[in-house]
Write a protein that binds this ligand. Structure first.
Ligand code: GAR
Length: 196
């Protein structure tokens, strides 16, 4: 199964996928393409280091969202990708893009959906809100992407305990280590091997 990984930042989830393929935790899968909407994203460096084609494509390069959507659809289809993995991708995808790949887009979100998700909940903000609310357990969710924000069917979740001394940064790192980097590769392997 060829996959496209869409990223916006550091790309630690991309790295977890690259490593899981290399170690055989993910089988029957090849990353054909990494697309970043941020030009200097370290995720592109990670792709390059792994010998994977990385491209910088931003909606800002297009006259409108629809032109961006159609170009992204063509590039991903031309690369032969059967699954699109949003790994810290912070662009809200146009509906035409989501419809073109119905049931073929998955996302990692750094909370236990339906808590701390939806518009405005991304990256560190999710952990800031979780600490503000005083939850004692948080975690991460892998889900299919539909036309809403974080509303698609849930594939897997993993819980992580919050500690009294946590800052948003410390909690973000623990959620990545204990949940995201485990359940995202697992979901890809499950899809590649027809267990989902
Ligand atoms: C990850 O924590 C991911 O769950 C989150 O952005 C971070 C990206 O880190 N995604 C969202 O908040 C999506 N709503 P990474 O670039 O190191 O993988």
């Amino acid at each position: 199964m060829k996959i496209a990984v869409l990223v916006s930042g550091g790309g630690t989830n991309l790295q977890a996928i690259i490593d899981a393929i290399a170690s055989g935790k993910i089988t029957n899968t090849e990353i054909a393409l990494v697309i970043s909407n941020k030009e200097g994203a370290y995720a592109l460096e990670r792709a390059k280091n792994a010998g994977i084609e990385g491209r910088f494509i931003s909606p800002k390069q297009y006259t409108d969202k629809e032109a961006y959507s159609q170009d992204m659809i063509k590039i991903i289809k031309d690369a032969g990708c059967e699954l699109i993995v949003l790994a810290g991708f912070l662009v809200v995808l146009p509906e035409s893009f989501v419809n073109a790949f119905e049931g073929k887009i998955i996302n990692i979100h750094p909370s236990l959906i339906p808590s701390f998700c939806g518009d405005g909940f991304y990256g560190l903000k999710v952990h800031e809100k979780a600490l503000e609310r005083g939850v004692k357990v948080t975690g991460a969710t892998v889900h299919y992407v539909d036309s809403g924000t974080d509303t698609g069917p849930i594939i897997n979740q993993k819980a992580v305990y919050v500690k009294p001394s946590d800052t948003p940064e410390i909690l973000q790192k623990r959620v990545m280590e204990e949940a995201e980097w485990i359940i995202l590769p697992q979901a890809i392997d499950d899809i590649a091997n027809h267990r989902i």
